[in-house]
Write a protein that binds this ligand. Structure first.
Ligand SMILES: [Zn+2]
Ligand SMILES: [Zn+2]
Length: 346
């Protein structure tokens, strides 16, 4: 079968002819229909995020048809449409049995630690395959398994409740999903903090109150918009110490700040005024859980989570086209997601 692989860090991905994977009793073989090209893939290629075993087929945002089913797998059968949870985990360690597989010590990221979806077929543990309803196109089924799933996990970790207000710092792929999912949770006011005018306009179109951080301190702007009360929940999706601090400072009493962005910087908080006195919580968020995916799939099926068709671009399973899409991440500022269309019929 054809696959597009990372063979050397810092070099373009290469096309290769590899054997179709053999599956074990607990695996499924999926014929890939669509595979999302993610910013993390660019980091793998560039060596910003380290990969020890090469070559590897990249791609962790995957949807397709079940081609073959191992003897132990009962929830899917040949021909089923599925999407893939990207962490292959042991299923039996102290974390996995509690449904916290993100901490599994032998967990392997698909498309990083083991072969991913930039290929005609992929083998995954059967428990990683989730049935994809007919209403959800493969390309959406693929891309929602990464940033949308993490946005949902962040809202769950922050315990966003109906009627609460939320401030979203950063309106990229995660923010785009977080806004829609916050609405699906029946939250009240949504504030989106950004510096990019196009993103602020797009947040406003989706019903949020835009907070332009170039026009003054967003904490003060949010305080003013909420009559001094502050918000119940904030999500930091940018990964800078400054916006993390603002995400804490904009909270009202009993507020929860969920920090998703990555940074090596330290942030400082004034304990009494900003944390203790208001009983505010700062919550770390990493990845997402398999148990959350049925909720996400249902939001997409019912149209509560959407991706406008003009936000998607398509390429073939072709190294040159995929490398060009990865290059584009270096200066991308919009919501456009590129999806590899690997196959288009059942
Ligand atoms: Zn991704
Ligand atoms: Zn485990």
């Amino acid at each position: 079968m054809r696959a597009v692989r990372l063979t050397q860090v810092g070099k373009p991905l290469e096309e290769a002819e590899v054997d179709r994977p053999e599956i074990g009793a607990s695996d499924v073989l999926i014929r890939v229909a669509a595979s999302g090209i993610c910013h993390s893939d660019e980091h793998y290629r560039a060596g910003i995020s380290r990969i020890d075993r090469l070559p590897v087929t990249l791609g962790h945002e995957i949807a397709g048809w079940i081609e073959k089913v191992g003897g132990d797998i009962k929830h899917v059968t040949r021909g089923d449409r599925v999407c893939v949870h990207y962490l292959a985990h042991c299923g039996s360690c102290e974390f996995c049995v509690r449904g916290l597989e993100q901490f599994c010590r032998t967990g392997e990221m698909i498309g990083k630690h083991r072969d991913g979806g930039y290929a005609e077929f992929i083998k995954v543990p059967g428990r990683n395959a989730f049935v994809l309803p007919d209403e959800i196109p493969f390309e959406i089924g693929a891309i929602m398994m990464c940033s949308s799933a993490t946005a949902l996990h962040a809202l769950k970790k922050a315990r966003l409740k109906p009627g609460e207000s939320i401030a979203i710092f950063g309106f990229g792929g995660l923010g785009f999903s977080a806004l829609q999912l916050a609405r699906a949770f029946d939250c009240d006011q949504i504030y989106v903090v950004e510096i990019n005018p196009a993103k602020l306009a797009s947040a406003k179109m989706l019903g949020a109150s835009p907070i332009d951080a170039t026009k003054g301190n967003p904490v003060e702007q949010i305080a003013q918009a909420t009559n001094g009360k502050g918000v119940d929940v904030s999500l930091e999706l940018i990964g800078s110490a400054k916006t993390m601090q603002q995400a804490v400072q904009c909270l009202g009493a009993l507020g929860r700040a969920a920090l998703v962005g990555l940074t090596a910087e330290s942030m400082s908080i004034f304990p009494y005024g900003e944390l203790v006195n208001k009983e505010v919580e700062i919550i770390g968020v990493s990845d997402h859980l398999a148990a959350e995916l049925p909720t996400l799939i249902e939001f997409a099926r019912s149209g509560k989570l959407r991706f406008p068709s003009d936000a998607l671009r398509f390429v073939d399973l072709d190294a040159q086209q995929i490398n060009a899409s990865l290059n584009a991440f270096q200066n991308s500022i919009d919501h456009i997601r590129t999806v590899i269309r690997v196959a288009s019929d059942g």
